[in-house]
Design a protein around this ligand. Structure first.
Ligand code: DC
Length: 229
């Protein structure tokens, strides 16, 4: 089933599974829109920090989530994010922001406040939706659902490489611990926990290159009749 006539591919998975880069590449290749839902939660985290809001203030956080103005780029080589008109591209990507986003994402009021906003990304010609609950909660009717995963060691290694390339100094053991903690929190929260949808296709990318992952997903897309290579 499409979402209001728009084909949607849901790509969910844990931190560092590569779903961000894969989703961006797929969206750019197909000329479809991209929803980086993690960036929305990260934006709420950033806004909360600026407004001095803590996790014990669900109503104020939900209001901030509804009020914030965000703009993201779907382009392959231009990962840009604007929050209330300010370029926050680099700020959103810090581990600190990711950890705060994970805590804020466990608050039902915040998830509810972001639901409509995420649904509105489904516009022609199609949408690649990247997150934790795209296939289970936000787009349960998505045509194709992929649950992308990889071993903890491999995910930590990939994230390490990514951060170092961006000039962000981190230690691999710290990063690994941080990712394990985030997995635990994202998978065990009461609302919309990280888990594959019943009809998701699980893809373990530990031993696969990004190109192989993309080819696999495109082949599945072909099976749905939405896209032929
Ligand atoms: O994918 P990411 O690292 O940018 O996401 C940051 C945090 O936001 C992640 O730890 C959990 C949360 N998140 C979520 O709960 N649901 C989503 N659909 C996307 C992200």
């Amino acid at each position: 089933m499409t979402v209001n006539g728009v084909p949607v591919v849901a790509i969910d998975g844990p931190t560092g599974s590569g779903k961000g880069a894969i989703s961006r590449s797929l969206a750019a290749g197909l000329g479809w829109r991209l929803l980086d839902s993690g960036a929305l939660y990260r934006s709420v985290a950033l806004k909360a920090g600026r407004e001095g809001l803590g996790v014990k203030e669900p109503k104020a956080l939900a209001a901030a989530a509804s009020r914030m103005q965000v703009e993201f780029s779907s382009a392959l080589d231009l990962e840009a994010a604007f929050l209330d008109g300010e370029d926050v591209t680099a700020l959103l990507r810090t581990e600190e922001c990711g950890a705060m986003a994970s805590r804020i994402a466990a608050i039902p009021e915040v998830r509810k406040a972001l639901w409509e906003r995420q649904r509105a990304f489904a516009r022609p010609p199609g949408l690649i939706a990247d997150g934790r609950d795209m296939g289970t909660v936000v787009f349960p009717e998505a045509e194709l659902k992929v649950y992308l995963t990889a071993s903890l060691e491999e995910r930590a290694r990939r994230r390490y490489k990514q951060l170092i390339q961006k000039g962000i100094d981190v230690s691999l053991p710290d990063l690994s611990e941080d990712i394990a903690r985030r997995d635990e929190r994202d998978a065990n929260r009461m609302v919309a926990p990280l888990k594959p949808a019943e009809d998701a296709r699980v893809l373990d990318s530990t031993e696969l290159s990004p190109e192989e992952v993309i080819a696999r997903i495109k082949a599945w897309l072909g099976e749905t009749g939405l896209f032929s290579n």
